[in-house]
Design a protein around this ligand. Structure first.
Ligand SMILES: C[S@@+](CC[C@H](N)C(=O)[O-])C[C@H]1O[C@@H](n2cnc3c(N)ncnc32)[C@H](O)[C@@H]1O
Length: 236
């Protein structure tokens, strides 16, 4: 059976995943793992769902796709249904960043620490970037995808030492907006930073949280504006 085409957000996530075995946590409709398998990005998959309705939804769509032999659906909380070392790659999409961070931290406490973690939180991804900095992961790729709002997509991989992605960047701006997106001068990111400066300026009385956020947005804007135009050197 044909499932609907992936939206821009899940398509951006799919493009960052290549693994022999991959687990999608909180899959619901299972569109992402089904597409990962059909398009040859993974060879086998595990789907973890906490809630009965989405669990049944995932089971139904995997069966309709004829993929029960390659995609195993497990009931459980976060990484709990995975054994240490069982799955080298994990994704979580469409949840809050703090929920995802909690899942990753509880997994690490049980020695479930996948080599690669790809996430698409529905809100500020700063807490996931901070988790990675403390948990021994480096940020390897970042994207922004258009949809109801602008969705961040991040891929982390386990690595030693300080993450080079942050070198030479204003720290708070890189944590908030993404070091790789800042370096690329991503067009959606530029729009987001400009919108934040406009929104925060009237709210930023000294000492208020908005003043800190505004300073972070202004640091990002200053950094972006100091970069040579991406068009420089392009022949017309
Ligand atoms: C908003 S849906 C996102 C579905 C899909 N991943 C997407 O991006 O379109 C979030 C899903 O995560 C599941 N979920 C939430 N917390 C979870 C947890 N701790 N472990 C496993 N699944 C969880 C919910 O049941 C729900 O199906």
């Amino acid at each position: 059976m044909t499932l609907p085409a992936l939206d821009a957000r899940l398509e951006a996530v799919l493009r960052l995943i290549r693994a022999d075995i991959h687990a999608d946590i909180g899959s619901d409709h299972a569109h992402l793992p089904v597409a990962l398998l059909r398009r040859g990005h993974i060879r086998r998959g595990v789907i973890v769902e906490l809630n009965p309705g989405p669990l049944a939804h995932a089971r139904r769509n995997v069966a309709l796709a004829g993929l029960c032999g390659q995609l195993e659906v497990r009931h459980g909380n976060g990484l709990d249904p995975l054994a240490p070392g069982e799955v080298p790659s994990v994704s979580m999409t469409g949840m809050g960043a703090l929920t995802m961070r909690g899942i990753l931290e509880r997994g690490a406490a049980r020695q479930v620490r996948p080599d690669a973690v790809t996430v698409q939180p529905n809100d500020d991804p700063r807490s996931l970037r901070d988790w990675a900095l403390g948990a021994g992961y480096h940020l390897r790729a970042e994207r922004l995808a258009s949809g109801h709002w602008t969705y961040p997509v991040l891929r982390f991989e386990r690595a030693e030492g300080p993450d080079p992605a942050y070198e030479g960047l204003p720290r708070d701006a890189a944590r908030r907006y993404g070091p790789l997106l800042l370096r690329e001068g991503d067009a959606l990111l530029r729009r987001q930073v400009h919108a934040d400066v406009t929104r925060l300026t009237p709210l930023a009385a000294p000492g208020r949280p908005a003043a800190l956020e505004l300073a972070t947005a202004q640091a990002a804007l200053t950094w972006l504006e100091a970069q040579p135009s991406l068009d420089a050197g392009v022949e017309r």
